[in-house]
Design a protein around this ligand. Structure first.
Ligand code: MRU
Length: 367
């Protein structure tokens, strides 16, 4: 993605033993690049959400293993790196997927070959993520085009397709392009008129801070809305389709994504609005079938709920409390949307129903 004329990925090797990332905790106010040089720094970057979003968490963990092996390439060093990184965040399955892949590639090698092989494998994971998302973009753009054609047949000739999205499942959540936003970018490049409703996505505001920032830089028309607005917009015909990301999708098509996604899916179902999920195959957890019971839901620091941070008119970053002193808070990070509420899964191999048969139709090798 281009920021002020320069093409960036969200993570890249930056010289010997250095991996660069964009510090997402400072967006949209500052575009700051942070250089990681160790396992501990990488684990902190994932835990504190300098990098976040399921595919990017996976890629960052892979690079973290490569950094860790520079300090200790023994079997013990490899296991410690994988265990440390796996403990950073519980919900997005891409983390486990990337670490299993790194371990599988590196464990059989002699120690002397592990650093070079780890760097190559991490780079391959990053490159594959970009290609997967590019492909999701093309498959998803066809859905947006179909919605545009339907609109053009009715009264609303020339009106943009209104897409609602939740959280940030864009370029910043992946290595490039995004998952839910890849179709938006592809459709925009194809000249399809569109507009994006951006859920603010409390408590951390990934929609208001990150999705809006991305879309603005790309020139995509968008409007930030409070999290509670989507149902109202759908009742008044102002949403043509929803597209969200996922942190873990079961083999049966249940979708776990940022907290609040489920409520949007319910509203979409009640109003006959198609509800799609951008799904890269590493985000499928083929080992589970019941998302509500089997997916661990991250609970984070309550201050993300009780406090708000922003930039003041004179340029200072300030955090203020919005709840009464002493009121308990709860901070659940994700929820599960049952497969029955999902219209379709947009994968790199095409769009399928959110069912086991639908997924196996596209990924028969997992049967
Ligand atoms: O807590 P986050 O910011 O890591 O959560 C991110 C999301 O929920 C995204 O929607 C999801 O990872 C899909 S990203 C392509």
């Amino acid at each position: 993605m281009r920021i002020d004329g320069t093409a960036y990925r969200t993570i890249w090797p930056d010289g010997e033993g250095v991996v660069a990332i964009i510090d997402q905790t400072r967006l949209p106010h500052d575009f700051a690049i942070v250089r990681l040089t160790s396992l501990e720094e990488t684990a902190h970057a994932i835990r504190a959400m300098l990098v976040r979003g399921a595919p990017l968490i996976g890629a960052a963990a892979a690079y973290g293993v490569a950094l860790a092996l520079r300090a200790d390439a023994s079997d013990r060093g490899l296991e410690r790196a994988c265990a440390t990184l796996l403990a950073t965040r519980p919900t997005a399955v891409n983390l486990r997927w990337a670490l299993d892949r790194m371990r599988g590639r590196l464990a059989p090698l002699p120690e002397s070959q592990r650093v070079e092989a780890a760097e190559a494998e991490a780079a391959a994971i990053a490159d594959e993520d970009v290609e997967i998302n590019r492909s999701i973009g093309l498959h998803g753009a066809a859905l947006i085009r179909a919605a545009a054609e339907r609109k053009a047949q009715g009264k609303s000739l020339g009106e943009p397709v209104n897409v609602l999205t939740h959280c940030n499942a864009g370029w910043l959540a992946t290595v490039d392009w995004g998952t839910a936003l890849a179709p938006v970018y592809a459709a925009f490049e194809q000249g399809i008129p569109l507009h994006v409703w951006v859920d603010e996505t409390r408590p951390r505001n990934q929609g208001a801070s990150l999705t809006a920032w991305e879309l603005k830089h790309h020139g995509v028309p968008h409007t930030v809305i409070a999290d509670n607005v989507g149902g109202h917009l759908m009742q008044h015909g102002k949403v043509d389709l929803c597209i969200v990301g996922t942190d873990r999708t079961t083999a049966t098509g249940d979708v776990c994504n940022k907290i609040g996604t489920y409520l949007k899916a319910l509203a979409a179902h009640d109003n006959g609005v198609p509800f799609y999920v951008g799904l890269p195959s590493p985000t499928i957890d083929w080992t589970i079938a019941d998302g509500v019971r089997e997916i661990p839901i991250e609970e984070r620091d309550g201050r993300e709920v009780s406090e708000l941070t922003g930039r003041t008119a004179d340029g200072r970053i300030e955090t203020v409390r919005v709840t009464p002193d002493g009121s308990p808070v709860a901070n659940y990070g994700f929820d599960v949307t049952p497969a029955r509420l999902v219209t379709g899964l947009i994968t790199e191999r095409g769009v399928c129903p959110a069912t086991r048969d639908g997924l196996l139709g596209l990924f028969p090798e997992r049967g």
